[in-house]
Design a binder for this molecule. Structure first.
Ligand SMILES: Nc1ncnc2c1ncn2[C@@H]1O[C@H](COP(=O)(O)OP(=O)(O)O)[C@@H](O)[C@H]1O
Ligand SMILES: O=C(OP(=O)(O)O)[C@H](O)COP(=O)(O)O
Ligand SMILES: [Mg+2]
Length: 394
């Protein structure tokens, strides 16, 4: 990262700045339920304002797959940012085009504009060259502060950087510095806890983590592809069918390398994806058909907590269960508590994991709360992040 230009190495005074942020925040009923990622981007936005730049913010929200989805518009995000910064944030209903051109032409130094969800355009995730140019045409300088999306080579995270001067924002810099330091010659025992719902994205990370960690704990929706790979039935639990063989290979590799591969020993199953679901606590080999495993059970929490308390470095990405529903929150709460109590160095990554830790009141006890889940995992694996690679060298 040292070799990439940062916001301080470029003149932004009075310039139009396209600033990619990760405002992919948890939402419910049109309200932002956790604004960690919005707050994390404020130092960069504030700096740009102080420099008299015209700040054009861009972000994705959710996975709208290239078309406009009403619930994924960024208006609630603009409102929250405006409240947090106590200033007007103009929001456009497009991310480029005549409405945007008009709004930018009205901007004065220090004004802040938020473009519409960039994933409403099919070219965003395809890293379409034309769309990247459209974005670049809006501004003089590109700042990437979206660490949480830096593992994506998309038009607003990668493509645009090839057209105008491109530098890292403060959040991007801080994330790379802190995560880089933690991973350099890690203290041991080194434990990784991986959960969450983005199974396809995250399962591959395990391969490289096995080469680095002493304990690899699996939980959340990610666990059940492994449970299935062990030969147990998983009812209606989250499954990535075509990753079962991969899961088997990873478990074998962990055994060969002497890595302690830790799976849930019991789970809470529900008959409905709601707080009113009927629930049962069952051993991992007894998940009933037609039920869905939505949290880890008490024996698993205890097992995971013991390992966490005896570790010197713990990285955690992905909730242990559907923590948004109180009925299935105990696993995530229990693991968060153990991380809060351990003397080891704790790194939490991911929009939803950070939201959970915040919700349960443990964020002050963590050593580093990363805004990136998939991004922090890929970085810690040693992979290059396309959103960083594309920035200008010093
Ligand atoms: N057993 C499970 N079944 C279904 N979804 C789950 C399960 N455990 C966790 N989840 C969901 O995983 C989501 C977060 O996953 P992910 O985005 O991968 O994590 P992060 O944002 O921390 O990187 C949460 O919304 C949570 O409800
Ligand atoms: O929320 C995000 O990642 P995370 O769930 O791993 O924390 C980022 O905004 C990336 O989103 P994406 O996984 O839809 O590309
Ligand atoms: Mg997430």
């Amino acid at each position: 990262m040292n070799e990439k230009k940062s916001i301080q190495n470029v003149d932004v005074k009075g310039k139009k700045v396209f600033c990619r942020v990760d405002f992919n925040v948890p939402m419910q009923d049109g309200e932002v339920t956790d604004d960690t990622r919005i707050r994390a981007a404020i130092p960069t936005i504030q700096y740009l304002i102080e420099q008299g730049a015209k700040v054009i913010l861009a972000s994705h929200l959710g996975r709208p797959k290239g078309e406009a989805v009403e619930e994924l518009r960024l208006d609630p995000v603009a409102k929250r940012l405006s409240n947090l910064m106590d200033r007007t944030v103009t929001k456009t209903d497009e991310a480029y085009g005549s409405e945007v051109d008009e709004a930018i032409s009205q901007m004065e130094s220090g004004d802040v504009l938020l473009l519409e969800n960039v994933r409403f355009y099919p070219g965003e995730e395809k890293n379409d060259a034309e769309l990247a140019k459209q974005f670049a045409n809006l501004a003089d300088v590109y700042v990437n502060d979206a660490f949480g999306a830096a593992h994506r080579a998309h038009a607003s995270t990668e493509g645009i950087a090839h057209h105008i001067p491109a530098v890292a924002g403060y959040l991007m810099e801080k994330e790379l510095r802190v995560l880089g330091n933690a991973l350099q010659d890690p203290d041991r025992p080194f434990t990784a806890i991986i959960g969450g719902a983005k199974v396809k994205d995250k399962i591959g990370v395990i391969d490289n983590l096995i080469d680095k960690v002493d304990n690899l704990i699996i939980g959340g929706g990610l666990a059940y592809t492994f449970v299935k790979a062990q030969g147990y039935e998983i009812g209606k639990s989250l499954l990535e069918e075509d990753k079962i063989e991969t899961a088997k290979e990873y478990m074998k590799k962990a055994e060969e390398k002497g890595v302690n591969f830790v799976m849930p020993v019991d789970v809470i199953v529900g008959d409905d994806f709601s707080n009113d679901a009927n629930t049962q606590t069952v051993d991992i080999n007894s998940i009933p058909a037609d039920w869905e495993a939505m949290d880890i059970g008490p024996k698993s929490i205890e097992k995971y907590s013991d390992i966490v308390k005896n570790s010197k470095l713990i990285i955690w990405n992905g909730p242990m269960g559907v923590f948004e529903l109180e009925t299935f929150a105990n696993g995530t709460k229990g693991v968060a508590e153990a991380l809060g109590q351990t003397e080891g160095y704790t790194v939490i990554g991911g929009g939803d994991s950070a939201a959970a830790v915040e919700k349960f009141g443990y964020s002050d006890q963590m050593d580093h709360m990363s805004t990136g889940g998939g991004a922090s995992l890929e970085f810690m694996e040693g992979k290059d992040l396309p959103g960083v690679v594309a920035l200008n060298d010093k």
